[in-house]
Design a protein around this ligand. Structure first.
Ligand code: CP3
Length: 360
């Protein structure tokens, strides 16, 4: 199936929005009717790709994040190889913790380590709110340089961690599957908790507003670990700070709120004022379609592990998802979470091609 040219009168008659100035992904985020489903992959530039491993042999990860030209090149290479419709800036969730006063390193094979995690009320005295954005200037440079090398019709997505997920790393000091210290601290030191999350929300809002000013087309807020929370924890300790962050954003910024892990949170997330909500592989896509308002776009849903199987299996899974989302304005294809590092690149390329050519 071929895509008609962008000025095709038949598509105009069908009411398909296709302003060539606005990237496909952004039009889908606005729930406009689009010519086809846009697709990109979380962690699309990463260790599953030989080109990325080659760059990493020469540069350590944090240095790479602070080298804008190299970041732009790494993402442009991935976008070009995969043919996806969007580039998320190449950076990481955690470097913003440095100017807040945390010591960040990435240990090979061990993931991120915070040398001085926040554990008790007196620790808050050494945490600084980010008001001067100079220490994050390299990230805004990544946005500018990425925008310059990515074709106009593809979106550039800026991103940051949502307050809970960032606080979780700052408190645990490393990756965790349960965030027990963090969840204990919410209860034992509620005023410390709310002060800290408020400070993070204000700092993140300034950073992502600056990413947009530097040329990003949309923003993704990663609340990757929200799913470890009970609905009550999420409502009491997380939602107020997420709302305050959203209220501080420059009006009109299309925001994708990404979270994973606990489908019971979806009814609490549905009323958020965001353009799009991420739907991970533990949520049934048709449930999400029913629960989210028709004006909120959806992104995601395919289990990353599917990319480890064979092409016919991958196609069948993609088809199921696209058929479920068919007719729902505002659906963006993505995985439920990031590309696994053992993923064969050819499978990711084939996935993207299949989504882009699929017609029911
Ligand atoms: O293609 C892309 O998505 C690139 C940009 C990107 C990275 N990290 C690069 C990265 C983005 C959007 C992130 C977000 C991020 N970082 C999240 C949220 C998304 C998610 O997966 O839930 C989180 C939780 C982090 C924190 C982080 N960074 C961890 C826990 C780790 C170690 C785990 C791992 O996979 O190694 C990282 C490192 C990291 N961030 C890598 C990359 C490509 C691997 C670093 C390497 O080269 O060794």
């Amino acid at each position: 199936m071929t895509t008609p040219p962008s000025n095709s009168p038949s598509s105009a008659r069908a009411g398909v929005s296709r302003s060539s100035d606005v990237p496909l992904l952004v039009r889908a985020l606005r729930c406009q009717k689009v010519e086809r489903v846009p697709v990109w992959l979380m962690r699309q530039a990463g260790r599953y790709m030989e080109e990325y491993r080659e760059v990493r042999r020469k540069t350590d990860f944090l240095r790479l994040c602070k080298s804008p030209a190299l970041c732009a090149e790494v993402m442009a290479t991935a976008v070009d190889r995969l043919g996806v419709d969007a580039a998320i800036i190449f950076s990481d969730l955690l470097p913003i913790l440095e100017p807040l006063g945390f010591e960040l390193t990435y240990a090979p094979g061990d993931g991120p380590i915070i040398g001085n995690p926040l554990r008790e009320p007196s620790d808050l005295t050494r945490v600084r709110e980010l008001t001067d954005l100079a220490p994050m200037e390299y990230q805004f440079d990544v946005v500018r340089q990425t925008r310059r090398v990515i074709p106009k019709e593809k979106a550039v997505i800026g991103f940051a961690g949502a307050p809970f997920t960032l606080a979780g790393y700052a408190i645990e000091g490393r990756s965790s599957r349960t965030f027990e210290r963090t969840r204990a601290l919410m209860r034992s030191e509620p005023s410390l908790w709310h002060d800290f999350l408020g400070l993070i929300a204000r700092s993140v809002a300034r950073v992502v507003n600056a990413q947009m000013a530097a040329g990003a087309d949309a923003l993704q807020l990663f609340d990757s670990w929200a799913g470890v929370l009970t609905p009550e924890e999420y409502r009491t300790y997380v939602l107020p700070h997420l709302r305050s962050l959203l209220e501080r954003l420059t009006p009109g910024i299309p925001v994708i709120y990404f979270w994973t892990g606990n489908p019971a949170l979806l009814p609490l997330i549905a009323p958020l004022k965001v353009a799009c909500v991420g739907v991970d592989h533990r949520v049934r896509l048709d449930d999400a379609i029913n629960i989210l308002p028709p004006t909120t776009a959806l992104q995601g849903n395919m289990a990353p592990v599917v990319l480890l199987s064979d092409i016919p299996t991958i196609r069948a899974e993609v088809k199921k998802i696209l058929d479920t989302a068919a007719g729902r304005p505002g659906y963006i294809f993505n995985l439920g979470h990031g590309v696994l590092k053992q993923t064969p690149v050819e499978n990711a390329i084939e996935l993207v091609r299949f989504v882009q050519n699929y017609r029911r």
